[in-house]
Design a protein around this ligand. Sequence first.
Ligand code: PEP
Ligand code: CO
Length: 430
Amino acid sequence: MYADGDELARALAQLHELPPLITSWEVLALKHLLAEAADGKRFLLQGGDCAESFDDCTSPLISNRLKVMLQMSLVLVHGLKLPVVRVGRFAGQYAKPRSADMEERDGVSLPSYRGDLVNGAAFTAEARRADPQRLIRGHARSAMTMNFVRALVDGGFADLHHPEYWDLGWVEHSPLQDEYSAMVESIGNSLRFMETLAGESIGSFQRVDFYTSHEALVLHYEQALTRQVPRQWGWFNLSTHFPWIGMRTAALDGAHVEYFRGLRNPIAVKVGPSVTPDQLLRLVDVLDPDNDPGRLTLIHRMGAAKVETALPPLLAAMKAAGRKPLWVCDPMHGNTETLGTGVKTRRFENIRNELDRAFDAHAVAGTRLGGVHLELTGENVTECMGGARDLTESDLARAYKSQVDPRLNYEQSLELAMLIVRKRGGAALG
Ligand code: PEP
Ligand code: CO
């Protein structure tokens, strides 16, 4: 991928000396929370952009994404009566797997855009060159994102006493607003009631934890940030709390599996509809030989049309083998379609149906769906169709911003959180 080996080696040597973005304590704390989620004591909300871009490392984009996730987690905590583990697809989600190495436009062929960590999106030879300096910039942008998220969270942004901090101005007339406001009011009342009883303000409601995750795709980058730490054995990826292996790089004999095997982080793997029970069991044996609680999360992403046939055999095989991973549903990546106009989209209905069917498949198998993995943004985009405002094909042109996969906008994200609560309450989604 990189044309100049010396240039790459110099960038990696520099990266190797830079401080990590997170600590091993946080990594182990998250692992414990994920073990509890696998055990049915928590629910995982993992979400963010398909890919971050260096230009989008701005205050409003970061804080709006946080606002959406906070509102969704409020809905989930309130409705599921379970604590929620919040994990962002951010502070490092800068690399994308591609199905083709080259992209052709009007007879010109150039290397595919692989995410800002590797090259630029513009269709020029210069932009598409894999540039090692981008690894350093990716680390810096991730650190800036992480720093801002931590400052917001520590500064009281996530305080349950002030849910108005998370309001997004433009959603005033949302069809979901009344339901959400009623919930916020009821939570506020309970909080004041408990604090009156306790005679003091309850500190644990003033902050929440946010963890980070990304697809650990560019192993040069990941390895340079994989470190040993004092008083701990083994190796930690200190670029993110919770790295995952994408569907395209999950081969048992591939480099990514070999790298992940040696990490102490909790790790996740995307599981698509073509994976057989036997392949999955062998992969799990390699990645989690000790059946270690919290170590392994399996994120299934089958598509609404395939989930009912593809998922049950995997659940049955894992259960029969005594395996207890954290099962998470990504209802996005199996439901991407390209319209006649060439626009990539996803239908809310398919996203909802996949989740609905996944919950049912787990209920039948006697396993537990412990979380969701979503592509979402706090911006008012029109990238996915449907939802409460019933966005149609003609709406997509209005505010389609993603360079990669279509994301749920704020309203669609909140609606999905409400539907999950209804589903867990026993009803069908929608
Ligand atoms: C992604 O999460 O953006 C992605 C590419 O997913 P998958 O590996 O499941 O296709
Ligand atoms: Co994506």
